[in-house]
Design a protein around this ligand. Structure first.
Ligand SMILES: [Zn+2]
Length: 302
């Protein structure tokens, strides 16, 4: 451990650079997860391959760089690769670096897990309008376990690790229950009023999973922040359509599970899952200080 501290002291750029490269590689893996998990394909085998069936050599599969070197086209058959691939790699790298710079190493690692879940859920929801259970139920289980292991995630630093773990476990459970209950009840009310399904059950599980990482205050913030971002999204989509005459194509140029083009159009679907995730990251990376202070001012209500 002391040698690691020495490295950090002598070469201050070493760990940030290593974490950024690590993030880009994980981002490359997340691209595979986003593409394969909704199709129930293995994320390990076969290795990366092009749409034409050719396997992709390692030197053509370097995160970010390969896409730019090949100018977004496959070497084998020149078919275009979406800019979304390097974009997700860059996004993952940036978020991992932000975790590393802002938090203690242990909390940073947990933060990276949260970022990975949010990124996968975000783009799978955009493409397929679902969030697979591995990210919601699996995410909730992961969040609970990581809360016990790293109580600092929920700001608990009792000198006795067991006590701190139990306190963090309680915070995670509250996040899970309140997060899920909020979306569930809003969905039930909306369904009763609108007489149609307003929110997927995936969102119920997803906000619960996010709550295990960011506690109930974070879950409440994500719900309202997510709704606000949803409105911004709708307005943005509307303007885009007005100006360019077509909806922005954010999904991959593939078809979704239902065989419909995975395209987001105004009035059809607001991808609420991605908005919840982005709001959760906003809370995790900074908003929590003033959000928690706000809830403390409301403590007389509880
Ligand atoms: Zn090819």
């Amino acid at each position: 451990m002391s040698s690691l501290t020495e490295i950090a002291h002598l070469l201050p750029w070493f760990f940030p650079v290593a974490v950024t490269l690590f993030g880009a590689c994980i981002g490359s893996f997340l691209n595979v997860c986003i593409y394969r998990i909704p199709k129930n394909e293995s994320i390990v085998r076969p290795g990366s391959h092009c749409g034409c069936g050719q396997s992709i050599a390692w030197y053509d599969n370097i995160p970010v760089f390969s896409w730019f070197l090949l100018r977004g086209r496959a070497r084998c058959c020149r078919r275009p690769f979406s800019f979304r691939y390097p974009a997700i790699e860059l996004l993952t790298a940036a978020l991992f670096l932000a975790c590393w710079v802002q938090f203690s190493p242990a909390k940073a690692l947990v933060g990276m897990v949260l970022c990975a879940i949010v990124i996968c859920a975000w783009f799978i929801d955009l493409d397929h309008l679902i969030i697979p259970d591995v990210f919601t139920i699996g995410g909730a289980a992961t969040g609970l376990i990581l809360s016990l292991a790293v109580p600092a995630l929920h700001g608990h630093s009792h000198p006795l690790l067991t006590v701190a773990s139990l306190q963090a476990g309680r915070s995670a459970m509250l996040g899970l229950l309140i997060g899920s209950a909020l979306v569930l009840w809003i969905a039930l009310f909306a369904e009763a009023i609108l007489r149609k399904e307003a929110m997927g059950f995936g969102d119920v599980k997803y906000l619960g999973a996010l709550g295990t990482f960011i506690g109930w205050q974070g879950a409440v913030f994500s719900l309202f922040g997510g709704a606000l971002l949803g409105c911004v999204w709708l307005a943005g989509t509307y303007l885009w359509k007005k100006i360019l005459g077509r909806a922005p194509a954010l999904g991959l140029p593939t078809t979704s599970a239902a065989g419909q083009p995975a395209e987001i159009t105004l009035g059809v679907h607001v991808p609420f899952g991605p908005m919840l995730g982005v709001a959760a990251l906003i809370y995790f990376f900074g908003a929590q200080h003033w959000v928690n202070a706000y809830f403390e001012n409301l403590a007389f209500l509880f």
